[in-house]
Design a protein around this ligand. Structure first.
Ligand code: ANZ
Ligand code: ZN
Length: 827
């Protein structure tokens, strides 16, 4: 681009008008188009989670996007070839609900919303390369969902099973386990109660990757996200043990304490366990049926609650304890969950509290098989479940120390079970396979045909995409309109040509967001999900988004990338190397912004009034980005004043005088501050500390105000103003461009390089001041020489490493020795 093109003359105008002018120019010039083939600069894939086209860009979108955009701009100025794309996660239920409620087609609703949001996005002045936009409801996108699905099917990674699944009665569809939330098990989306329903459903084998997904090595991700994923996967080491029954059936239990097998005095099945009918004696049939029916009315969480009464019913039969050879009774109880382990436990009342309560209530035997370290065993009123002591009454395990380490009771029990073929060591996971079928219209059709002769046949790949029919009727019940469509469903079998039927379920929309980052690179590529020539851009180097996506989206995309790896599409396992979670901007009432609460702040109004630069900077200035918090407009005037001050400063000076000759002290102060600002602002922007970055720019502006009277006509002043605008450019891109042009510099400021600082000029005058609490060294401050007592006292009282020694103490006295130390006396 010709940097010497003439700039539009500036006229006094509202910020919003001035901004629109630059936005149009940038768009016309393709200023943010990216050349992915340009390898002269290092590639930097910087991604922010793609929005759902709900209809309006609210302040939350601004809170997510404008700091990211600032950082993308900064990285460009630092010399990276930055890829910072955007798109829309455009399938999903709200569109369909709008269709049902307002008789608008989901496609029309979605496309109108996207159109509106694109123009709102543009008013923010973001540097998105729009030519890379991905819209997940476009056939050219979801075609690849279908292609992936077929590959998974061929490899056995997708399978169909008739199973009880979670069903939302109001959304009229199945939910993934992750979409069922709360103690009362309600639908994450609409809050309605979730019930179990038996259906044929498609699943993806994420459990095959459970172990791998626990490996976070090489990932620079927040600990919180890793912990949430770990808990979600829920890895447990233990053993499976077989308890044979007289009729030839075998009850398999999962236990984390196989060493206590000699103390297992009964077995408890979940009421839903498939062996319940076979193991129920005639006499107990009625009581068992009644109990099963009662249990189905409680949620898993209720059933697992610790303080719950341990109800249950005996089946009237026994199984053999494989260690003691004794016949032990079989019960059902709702504290045993169908979905965990094998839905059956060996009950060891002496060493498991739930079993203890159950045995006490139902008069079952309690047999102690661990001698606690302190003295001989005595009758107790609670289970002893510590990993300490010595095994007793346990045959081959007698005398073995209790524990998980080699040679201790748990590995010894597993070795015994394996030698005797009575069980084995196993690892279980809480994670379940990903249920991807949805009984709804507005999603990717699952590309499968059911033929009475050939069975399940994938849609031939050359017939993809299998598109959604547009002419559908939405029923009030939410029933999938694809089922009611007169023709769509019926098709000849691609294999034998006989009449066959299509699957009418569509895919969970989390499928769409599991691999969109790849598509962005080559959104119109027709020979695969993405162009392999783009591999040097992958994986995504930095991702930003909300913590609410810790388990679903972020787990699914890690899984999907591993599938792509195993198909040979990518040579890595992790989709995003670094992750940063921003906070949430809440409504003025401190609650999540939502239309129904009426606490949504309209960014368009703010932009019309203050301009996008002010809104962007204010959102970044509110506080640390990872914290978020309630919206309050107080303080926005501070940003207005600062930016006006910058305007004012940038329109002064221009002389050729020598600052050092005029006032060497002041010249030095200004120069030092400038270099410190360059350095610190760069570090802050890199580390997402946008709020401190802005305060550094404010400080520099304040010093410039002081220096202007004396130094405005100097070359130093001119250089400081020029650099200031460069520092401002990522934060207030329009104003910076405007002032840059007004000073006669070539278009565009956004193609300049980030200024470099000199350590010597920035740091030479800082010195270290020691912070003591009651005379003990606790922290150090780095300050300018001659920093006044008040400032030193304030900094010392706020010093991070001194805080633990100040907590709940009263500060009696603060002794300040300028340039040397601060001693805080507490009592
Ligand atoms: C015998 C035993 C003896 C157990 C003992 C514990 C202590 P965590 O660690 O909480 O995951 N269990 C197995 N399957 C179950 C199911 N479907 N519903 C409810 N409880 C089930 O618990 C693992 C333990 O939970 C397993 O180890 C089993 O009880 C129980 F001294 O087996 B244990
Ligand atoms: Zn067929």
């Amino acid at each position: 681009m010709d940097t010497m093109t003439e700039t539009t003359p500036t006229t006094p105008s509202s910020p919003a008008e001035m901004e629109r002018r630059w936005q149009e120019r940038w768009a016309a010039d393709g200023l943010y188009d990216v050349d992915l083939e340009d390898r002269s600069r290092p590639a930097y894939y910087f991604l922010t989670m793609l929005p759902y086209p709900s209809g309006d860009l609210h302040l939350g979108h601004w809170f997510v996007c404008s700091p990211s955009d600032t950082r993308a701009r900064f990285l460009r100025m630092k010399g990276y070839n930055v890829f910072f794309p955007i798109g829309f996660d455009a399938f999903g239920l709200p569109a369909e609900n709008a269709a049902i409620k307002r008789q608008i087609h989901p496609a029309d609703w979605t496309y109108a919303n996207m159109e509106k949001m694109r123009s709102q996005f543009r008013s923010m002045g973001p540097s998105f390369p729009w030519q890379h936009e991905v819209v997940t409801c476009e056939p050219e996108y979801y075609r690849w969902n279908q292609w992936f699905f077929i590959q998974f099917l061929k490899r056995g990674w997708a399978y169909r099973k008739f199973a009880p699944v979670d069903w939302c009665t109001s959304c009229n569809t199945t939910l993934a386990r992750e979409q069922v939330v709360g103690e009362d098990r309600h639908c994450e989306r609409c809050g309605s109660p979730v019930i179990k329903k038996e259906l044929h459903q498609w699943f993806l084998r994420i459990t095959d990757y459970a172990e791998e997904l626990l490996d976070f090595s090489g990932l620079d991700w927040p600990e919180r996200v890793k912990t949430l994923q770990e808990n979600w996967i829920g890895r447990k080491e233990g053993a499976e043990i077989l308890f044979p029954a007289a009729g030839g059936e075998t009850v398999k239990v999962f236990t984390t304490r196989p060493d206590t097998l000699w103390g297992a005095t009964f077995v408890v099945l979940a009421p839903e366990h498939p062996l319940v009918p076979a193991l129920t004696s005639e006499g107990q049939r009625a009581a068992v049926a009644a109990y099963v029916e009662q249990a189905s009315r409680f949620s898993e969480v209720e059933r697992a609650a610790e303080n719950r009464e341990k109800t249950g019913v005996a089946l009237g039969t026994t199984v053999t304890n494989p260690a003691t050879g004794e016949e032990v009774p079989v019960w059902i109880a709702d504290y045993v969950l169908a979905d965990y382990g094998f839905g059956a436990v060996m009950a060891v009342p002496a060493h498991d509290q739930r079993d203890f309560e159950f045995a006490s209530r139902h008069g079952l035997e309690v047999r102690w098989v661990i001698a606690p370290p302190a003295g001989p065993e005595v009758a107790r009123d609670a289970a002893y479940s510590d990993y300490a002591g010595v095994m007793t009454r346990s045959g081959p395990l007698d005398g073995v120390a209790v524990g998980k380490a080699a040679g201790e009771s748990i590995p010894a029990a597993i070795a015994w079970l394996e030698a005797e073929s009575k069980g084995k060591g196993v690892v279980t996971y809480r994670l379940r396979d990903w249920l991807v079928s949805r009984q709804r219209y507005w999603g990717t059709p699952i590309p499968v045909i059911y033929c009475p002769r050939c069975g399940t046949v994938p849609v031939p790949e050359d017939e993809l995409p299998l598109t959604l029919p547009r002419d559908v009727d939405f029923r009030k019940t939410g029933e999938n309109p694809l089922r009611a469509h007169p023709t769509w469903r019926f098709t000849p079998c691609p294999r034998c040509g006989e009449a066959a039927e299509r699957e009418t379920d569509t895919m969970d929309t989390f499928v769409d967001s599991s691999w969109y980052q790849y598509r962005y690179l080559s959104p119109h590529y027709a020979d695969g999900p993405f162009d392999p020539a783009c591999l040097p851009w992958l994986p995504v180097f930095q991702y930003t988004g909300g913590i609410e996506h810790a388990t679903m989206h972020l787990m699914y995309t890690r899984f999907w990338t591993r599938l792509m790896r195993d198909m040979g599409l990518v040579p890595f396992s992790e989709p995003m190397t670094r992750l940063f979670n921003q906070g949430i901007i809440l409504g003025p009432d401190g609650r999540r912004m939502s239309k129904s609460r009426g606490n949504v702040v309209d960014p368009d109004e703010l932009v019309a009034r203050y301009g996008a630069d002010t809104v962007r900077c204010f959102l970044m200035f509110l506080g640390p980005w990872d914290q978020g918090g309630p919206w309050s407009p107080t303080g926005i005037e501070g940003i207005v004043r600062w930016l006006n001050r910058v305007k004012d400063l940038a329109s002064s000076g221009g002389g050729a005088a020598d600052a050092t000759a005029l006032n060497p002290g002041l010249a030095r102060d200004l120069e030092r501050k400038l270099h410190q600002t360059i350095r610190n602002l760069g570090d802050d922007t890199e580390a997402f500390r946008f709020n401190t970055a802005i305060s550094r720019m404010m400080e520099l502006a304040n010093l410039m105000m002081k220096a202007r009277a004396e130094l405005a006509e100097t070359t130093l002043w001119t250089a400081v103003v020029r650099t200031y605008l460069l520092l401002l450019a990522p934060y207030a891109p329009h104003l910076a461009e405007e002032l840059w042009a007004a000073r006669g510099y070539g278009y565009s400021i956004h193609q300049q390089t980030w200024p470099t600082h000199s350590d010597a000029l920035a740091a030479e005058d800082e010195l270290e001041v020691v912070v003591q609490v009651n005379g003990k060294l606790r922290d150090k401050l780095s300050v300018a020489p001659g920093t006044d007592r008040e400032t030193l006292e304030r900094l010392a009282l706020a010093a991070e490493r001194a805080q633990p020694f100040l907590a709940d103490k009263t500060v009696r006295k603060v002794i300040v020795v300028p340039d040397k130390l601060v001693n805080i006396v507490v009592g």
